[in-house]
Design a protein around this ligand. Structure first.
Ligand code: NI
Length: 227
């Protein structure tokens, strides 16, 4: 299941992130690849330890922490520090699955990748190609979103980035470990949460059935969550 998260970064925040990463030096993207994905990958990345990348990553993590849709959909437990990549001149990333466990260089911080996230940082009109193509249980889906918008998808899915044939695609990408490991259980909680929000808007937050359903949500979360 792909979940678009609109406007993760507003205009001024996006501009700040772009200023930081545009002033940093890009390197061959294979620095973060596993063995198999290195064969498929052809792009540029900012080094994990680049101060501009770390600062931009902090801005993104702050924005995510304030985004109710992201929190409801991902139920994040641990977020790998956001990374940044760039594709131009026909560059692409062929079909692959993301590594199951990510270890941050130097700190030993470990994240099991349940969900992958891409935040688009360039206007879609500014480049051709560069769609994120994900093979889901409902077929192949392609995603190319406005700058500042993001998509969440299961890290277990086969996915690729189509060749960028004009302009330059810039994005942030990272992985997160969810409190809910199982995609199906996480989906049930997200659907239930969305319905409760709708009911609360119609009936009022204090309505007895809204309170009861909120209780059901938390009792399922308590049953299934790692915290
Ligand atoms: Ni990937």
């Amino acid at each position: 299941m792909l979940i678009p998260i609109p406007e993760v970064l507003d205009g001024p925040t996006l501009a700040k992130v772009r200023d930081l990463i545009d002033s940093s030096a890009w390197v061959d993207g294979n620095v973060t690849s596993g063995h198999q994905s290195a064969l498929a990958k052809n792009n540029l990345q900012l080094p994990e330890e680049a101060p501009q990348a770390q600062q931009a990553g902090e801005i993104i993590r702050d924005a995510l922490g304030r985004n109710p849709l992201f929190i409801a959909a991902a139920l994040p437990l641990k977020i790998f520090p956001p990374l940044f990549n760039s594709y131009a001149g026909g560059q692409s990333f062929g079909v692959h699955v993301d590594n199951a466990v990510r270890i941050q260089a130097g700190t030993g911080f470990r994240v099991r990748s349940d969900l992958s996230m891409t935040i688009f940082l360039e206007r879609p009109e500014a480049y051709d190609g560069g769609e994120l193509t994900v093979e889901t249980q409902f077929g192949v889906q392609q995603v190319k979103l406005p700058a500042g918008h993001a998509v969440l998808y299961p890290s277990s899915s086969l996915h690729r980035v189509e060749p960028v044939t004009r302009g330059r695609r810039v994005a942030s990408f990272f992985w997160l470990q969810s409190m809910i490991r199982d995609d199906g259980e996480r989906q049930i909680l997200f659907d239930l949460d969305s319905s409760i929000q709708q009911l609360a808007a119609t009936l009022g937050q204090g309505h007895a059935e809204v309170i009861r359903m909120t209780g059901v949500y938390h009792n399922l979360l308590r049953r299934w969550a790692d915290a």
